[in-house]
Write a protein that binds this ligand. Structure first.
Ligand SMILES: Cc1cc2nc3c(=O)[nH]c(=O)nc-3n(C[C@H](O)[C@H](O)[C@H](O)COP(=O)(O)OP(=O)(O)OC[C@H]3O[C@@H](n4cnc5c(N)ncnc54)[C@H](O)[C@@H]3O)c2cc1C
Length: 405
């Protein structure tokens, strides 16, 4: 099915497809809507569609379980734990959500933790720093997903289509060729002409069903997925997509029934007291105490542990149950639990594309643009691989589109 009506409205209301409903996609839609509002003409409001293959918003992720006895939850932010806002623009952008306290600074006490050795010596915990207003780290409350949901709910000219995987764009050419003869018959019937020179792109889902025609296509998938989406499509900057390297991350989630059951390393009786631990470990990277975060006090004791990216990448194709077992052993040495203080809840998640390796000396890639086709490839990995990068890449995208309209 093709939407030929869009051809006639292209000048007044550009149709924009965003592949990926993570923060880059949501922020791009938000900034696009705001930029077109500033032009003052409602006929210029872009019609934006975000296609997201999963049922939620990207690598901002929250998992929870309920305890049937207490009706309380364990909760783990198993993707991003917090974010920074170093630029004035981004600080200004997040200010309204800081006012409503949906976003809150997390003034965590941070320690360095060296796990117990094989001789049974206790873990060594040394104070490192406290995150403060100067080096603020922000969290979204009550869940890390809450901000993404708010961003999505505030969009006025954007439709979000979940559980829809966009097919590689090369198929656009294939299907376009296949359909051309059918379309020509259809056009003759409706006395219309097919615009060969149109810059519009028809997207398809995995089953070959049309998702519509768009003036702009913005891909925000992680680069491992972007490379497949754009392969053989003639995208002018294809060779650059593979440049940034992304690594995996395993996340271990632990829960206890009661603070009384926590091991000494977590029950606040040891000094220094802490919220976040950086680990000196070949396997684990950081431990985050969820129930000590602002506005998280109602939770049952919940701890999230990120494995090191290099270790995760080296084990990315292993059986997840075997990986979980190794992570649990390492966590046990770090947190020093015994049978009585062992967690009652455990879970493990594999992020195949978690973190961009940042080469501080290399020039930042920035968004990749094919001006002829009006395709843009964007995402956190085009910059520093964090949430602030999503915002900056959204800004770059909006600038390009607004300059072209
Ligand atoms: C374990 C972990 C810890 C992190 N910690 C931090 C941190 O402390 N601070 C920080 O700032 N950042 C952190 N990050 C990074 C942060 O989560 C990312 O920078 C940010 O979420 C990236 O958003 P994005 O929209 O660019 O990508 P994503 O969130 O990956 O969104 C891309 C979306 O595209 C969708 N998609 C892909 N292919 C298709 C297709 N064919 N059709 C439709 N949809 C598709 C995917 O499902 C996905 O939802 C962490 C990430 C991980 C995984």
């Amino acid at each position: 099915m093709t939407d030929h009506a869009s051809c006639s409205t292209v000048l007044s209301a550009p149709k924009i497809a965003i592949i990926g409903g993570g923060l880059t996609g949501l922020l791009t839609a938000t900034l696009l809507e705001r930029a077109s509002n500033q032009t003052g003409s409602s006929s210029n409001n872009p019609q934006i569609t975000i296609f997201e293959k999963s049922r939620s918003v990207g690598r901002l992720a929250t998992r929870y379980r309920s305890d049937s006895k207490t009706d309380k939850n364990w909760q783990w932010s198993f993707g991003a734990q917090f974010f920074t806002a170093k630029t004035a623009d981004f600080q200004q952008f997040i200010a309204p959500w800081l006012d409503t306290r949906l976003l809150q600074p997390w003034c965590a006490e941070v320690v360095e933790l060296t796990a117990a050795d094989e001789n049974g010596q206790s873990p060594n915990i040394q104070s490192k720093e406290q995150w403060d207003a100067v080096h603020a780290r922000y969290i979204s409350t009550p869940k890390m997903t809450s901000w993404g949901r708010e961003l999505a709910a505030a969009l006025k000219h954007t439709t979000i289509v979940f559980k829809t995987r966009v097919a590689p764009l090369a198929q656009y050419l294939q299907y376009q060729n296949q359909q051309q003869s059918q379309n020509q018959i259809q056009h003759q019937t409706h006395n219309q002409t097919f615009n060969q020179n149109s810059k519009q792109t028809e997207l398809f889902d995995e089953t070959g069903a049309s998702l519509g025609w768009f003036d702009w296509v913005i891909c925000t998938a992680p680069n491992g997925q972007a490379v497949e989406l754009m392969a053989d499509s003639g995208f002018a900057q294809q060779d650059k997509i593979t440049k940034p390297q992304m690594q995996a991350c395993y996340t271990l989630m632990l829960g206890w029934n009661d603070v009384q059951k926590l091991p000494e390393t977590l029950n606040g009786q040891l000094t220094p007291q802490w919220d976040v631990a950086y680990l000196n470990s070949a396997i684990l990277d950081r431990i985050f105490i969820e129930h000590q975060k602002p506005a998280h006090g109602e939770l049952l004791p919940s701890v999230t542990i990120h494995a090191r990216n290099d270790w995760s990448e080296a084990h990315v194709d292993e059986d997840i149950e075997l990986v979980e077992e190794q992570l649990l052993q390492a966590a046990k040495r770090a947190l020093n639990w015994n049978e009585a203080s062992a967690p009652s809840q455990t879970d493990c998640h594999r992020w195949r594309y978690a973190a961009t390796i940042v080469n501080k000396d290399a020039e930042e890639l920035g968004i990749l643009i094919d001006a002829t086709k009006q395709w843009i490839v964007s995402g956190d990995w085009c910059a520093k691989g964090n949430i602030e990068s999503c915002y900056r890449m959204a800004q770059q995208t909006v600038k390009v589109i607004m300059q072209t309209q």
